[in-house]
Every structure is written in C-alpha cells, then in structure tokens.
Design a protein around this ligand. Structure first.
Ligand code: DON
Length: 337
C-alpha cells in the first residue's frame, strides 16, 4: 500500500523525533516475524515514530502513515472494551492480572481455574475478545473494530491476507484455546472465538493511529483528537496498570526498569506506549528481537525515556509535589502546582 513519509518540520518536538529516528537508522539487527507467513512480506526498512499529546496534536517522523497489522497491540484496547462491557470483577474471574514472565504464546494456565495469567499474552487475549459484547462472532468483531476505531479516531479495516495467513498457521493459538475451553475459562465455540481474535490481530493501523490510541488511554479514556469518551477513566487506569506489568511479556520487568512507561508490543514490529496524563507514542519497525519485540522500537523508547526523563518512577521536584508538606496537614488542601 502506498504511503508518504512525513516531511521534515521545524517544530521542536518533531525535530527531536527526527533526531531519535535518524540516530537509529543504522541499527539493523533482528528479522521480521515469519511464523505468520504474510508478515514476512513487509519492507523491513520501514521506520516510523509518532507522538500524540493530550491536546490532540500529533507529531511524527518517518513512515508514520504506513499501514501494518496491529497484532498484539490490539490486546490492551480489547481488554478495555471487555472491561467496559463486563466490568473488572467479571473479567477477573476469567483472566488474571499477573505477569507470566513467559513468552507471548505461553501455554501455562492457572492450576485449578484454568485462567490465563493476564490479558496481554495470547491465551488471555483470546479470552478477553470472547468477553466483548455481541450475540454472534460477527457482532463481537464489529464492536471490536468500531472500538479500535474510536481509540484511533478513524474507522479501520482488516488486512484479509494477514487474517487468512493467521488462520492457516495458528495451531498454537488453537491448542491454547482448546485447553482453555477444556478448563472452562473459554466458553462458546472455540473456532468462532479464535476467528474473532485472529481478525482483531489483522486490523490495519499506522504509527499515527497508535500514538492517538495510546494518548486516549493516557488521557483517561477520552480520544484527544476527536474528543469522544471511549472508555471510563477507571478502565483506562486498569489497562495501563496491566500494560505496565505485563505488556512486554517476559521483558516486562526489564522494560519497566529501564523505560518506565506502560507499553505493548506486537509481532508486526509495532510498539505503543502511554505515559499517563502526558501523551501516547507509536513506533513501527518490523525487525524483531528474539522475544518478538521491535529492535528499533525498543531502542527508540529507551532513548526517549532517558533523554526526556519520562520514567514513571522518577522522583518529582519537591516544589511540584501534589500533596502539601507535613506541616500543612490539617490545613485545607490546596494545589501546589
Ligand atoms: O497470536 C498471534 O500469534 C498474533 N496474531 C499476535 C501475536 C503478537 O503480536 C505477539 N506480540 N509480540
């Protein structure tokens, strides 16, 4: 599909994104995913980096409008829709919220309940897409496609070739789904549930879309470009918490240590990042490291976090503390901003 590279601009944020991207041009480790054959047909040189601020302004550098399939980056957003449709309590009876410390396609389920460990690994995501409202698989997928579009601020389409390729080669997901069905954590027709999950992974997005989608989570569930409330603030908060602990699979701990922002990666080479109350980031570069995360995407997020002090656990300037000092306890609270 044709797309245009974003032309250079001289606003300071775009200049910074250009610098980060240009600094990583020579990093050429990794290979695009090939276990879904259609994904290996991508141009490995594509590289885009976008940021959406909470005022709705989108900044970007490189291939920010090139379409690619969302893959696992769909998982937080479908989890958000399941929370909106069923509430946290019901969702938690079917899928856990603990980091698995294992690969995205891990087969480990909770002993006794058969619950998958969390909604960010494949097993958990197959369950959360089955929990989205809809009487038929078609209705459920229509709700997912519309919901992903609300997060992105535009209507989205499916890459039918990638969908067919996922269906043809998805035996590991099929095995996982049958195990969960046998354990009782996945109900309904297994093949139909898998079809919805494979279609959700095959939705086409761009880097700019990912930035807006993550800015919607960072802003408490309101899309900053369209102004539409997509999910409740508490559900956006739940999603960011699970992304922070589980979003990068067996690299989640190290990611939190070094980058310090809730994030989610996908095997198409996408990474989405949300800094609560600040912005969303989308990165796209197809070559992956051995855990299935984009090599340049990881490097770009490390650089951005280091250079701009974005780590969530960074101690804030005492002058900007949100709570009054101890000596003021008892006095009426006031903002110290
Ligand atoms: O379930 C799968 O195999 C894919 N459709 C999605 C996997 C994925 O993106 C994992 N992410 N790193």
């Amino acid at each position: 599909m044709r797309h245009e590279q974003r032309s250079p601009s001289d606003d300071p944020l775009t200049t910074l994104l250009d610098q980060v991207r240009r600094g990583l041009r020579d990093l050429d480790d990794g290979e695009p995913a090939s276990y879904i054959p259609e994904l290996s047909r991508v141009d490995p040189a594509l590289f885009g980096l976008s940021l959406c601020a909470l005022d709705g302004q989108v900044y970007g550098s490189g291939d920010t409008t090139a379409p690619f399939t969302v893959q696992s980056v769909s998982k937080p957003f479908v989890f958000a829709l399941a929370l909106a449709d069923r509430g946290l309590e019901e969702v938690l009876t079917r899928v856990g919220a603990e980091p698995s410390g294992e690969a995205f396609n891990s087969i480990r389920l909770e002993p006794g309940t058969g619950r998958p460990p969390n909604p960010m690994v494949n097993a958990g995501a197959i369950v959360t897409s089955s929990l989205v409202a809809g009487d038929t698989p078609q209705a459920r997928f229509a709700r997912i496609l519309e919901g992903l579009g609300d997060f992105a601020g535009r209507s989205l389409d499916v890459d039918e070739a990638v969908y067919a390729s996922e269906c043809a080669t998805g035996d590991r997901n099929r095995a996982l789904a049958y195990l969960m069905h046998n354990a009782g954590s996945l109900t309904g027709d297994v093949e139909e549930q898998l079809g919805v999950y494979f279609r959700q992974c095959s939705v086409l997005v761009t880097c700019d879309d990912l930035a807006v989608m993550h800015a919607t989570l960072a802003g408490g569930g309101v899309n900053p470009v369209t102004g539409k409330r997509v999910v409740a603030p508490r559900h956006a908060q739940h999603v960011l918490a699970v992304m922070a602990t589980c979003g990068m699979y067996d690299a989640s701990g190290q990611w939190m240590l070094q980058v310090g922002m809730p994030a989610k990666s996908g095997v198409s080479g996408a990474i989405g990042v949300a800094l609560p109350g600040q912005f969303g980031i989308g990165v796209f570069s197809p070559p992956l490291e051995e855990k299935g995360n984009s090599v340049r995407g990881i490097a770009a997020c490390h650089l951005l976090s280091d250079q701009f002090g974005l780590h969530l656990m960074r101690a804030v300037d005492p002058q900007r503390r949100p709570l009054p000092p101890r000596s003021l306890h008892g006095a009426p609270l006031r903002s110290l901003r």
